[in-house]
Design a binder for this molecule. Structure first.
Ligand code: CA
Length: 226
């Protein structure tokens, strides 16, 4: 899961990043509303944590603009103000949920989980392709009684491939969605992680393979029956 944090209080932003990273989210942080909006527009995030009081563009305007452009990424608003008006305005603007500062990290994480679960049309604890099952909460890839734990990058690549089973995913898209726009990672990072995944598929004895079309991209190939 990839989360965008838009928060101008740098210490809080850093604290949020740490909390989220510990829960194995991939986190990008920006410190003003304009950047928040630009990053959110990329649609590479599974959720956005958005402060209301921000320089350049406030959080409510950020949500309104995103929703106007039919970008439906779940948004959790943060606000220091405890007025009912703000909450209503925030939800009317298109936010999904709302948390008043100061908050307990556990509550933030719980809301985030609830929000991302609600957002998906199907509530998923796992995804399947062919004889493979990807356990989303445990970062495990399984086939029958065998399972392997995936690193965050491996997991995100696998999730991306399984979410788009009939598509060939270009390396650039994998880079953008798994490493993020700001990352210095290059094409060969994708190749390296794909090779790790292939070894794990081999270990599992899966009939699924990660196939490549040269200069185009990667896709999952294999018997679709479990
Ligand atoms: Ca603020």
């Amino acid at each position: 899961m990839r989360v965008l944090v838009v928060e101008d209080e740098k210490r809080l932003a850093e604290a949020l990043k740490e909390i989220l990273k510990e829960e194995r989210y991939i986190v990008d942080v920006v410190n003003d509303g304009e950047n928040g909006y630009d990053y959110a527009k990329s649609q590479i995030y599974d959720a956005i944590i958005l402060d209301i009081m921000l320089p350049k563009m406030n959080g409510l305007d950020v949500v309104r603009r995103l929703r106007r452009e039919h970008i439906s990424t779940p948004v959790l608003l943060l606000t220091a103000r405890e007025t009912v008006g703000d909450r209503v305005e925030g939800l009317d603007a298109g936010a999904d949920d709302y948390l008043t500062k100061p908050f307990a990290p556990q509550e933030l994480l719980a809301r985030l989980r609830a929000m991302t679960r609600r957002h998906g049309e199907v509530i998923l604890d796992e995804m399947s392709y062919g004889d493979l099952t990807l356990r989303l909460d445990a970062y495990q890839l399984c086939r029958k009684e065998r399972s392997v734990r995936l690193s965050i990058r491996e997991f995100e690549i696998m999730r991306l491939l399984m979410s788009n089973p009939r598509m060939v995913l270009p390396k650039e898209e994998i880079l953008l969605k798994v490493w993020g726009a700001e990352s210095k990672a290059e094409d060969n990072n994708v190749e390296v992680y794909i090779s790790f995944l292939r070894k794990k598929l081999f270990y599992l004895g899966s009939s699924v393979e990660i196939a490549i079309i040269r200069k185009v991209g990667y896709y999952l190939k294999g018997d679709q029956t479990p």
